[in-house]
Write a protein that binds this ligand. Structure first.
Ligand code: SF4
Length: 82
């Protein structure tokens, strides 16, 4: 497994190497009331993109893929950056 994989997802073995298509599929399956708005996700992703806690696609603060963590409206940054 690649170093940037979520530990939980590795256990489940269901995350592909390229996270973006998986994140899009997951987003489409989420109930509308749980989805973050597109502009909010973009703002979150921009913050994560320059964060010192991000390594490749993984947030080292929480172990999540940032592409997936940004999807949920109720999700929060563990470093309180968003
Ligand atoms: S979720 Fe927060 S701590 Fe993690 S990479 Fe994004 S901005 Fe950084």
């Amino acid at each position: 497994m690649a170093d940037n994989r979520c530990k939980l997802c590795d256990i489940l073995g269901n995350i592909p190497e390229d996270v973006a298509p998986y994140a899009e599929k997951l987003y489409n399956l989420m109930p509308d009331n749980e989805k973050a708005a597109q502009d909010l996700m973009k703002k979150r992703f921009d913050v994560c993109s320059v964060c010192e806690h991000r390594q490749a696609s993984t947030c080292l603060k929480c172990g999540c893929y940032v592409e997936i963590r940004i999807l949920g409206k109720a999700n929060r940054c563990p470093a309180k950056k968003w």
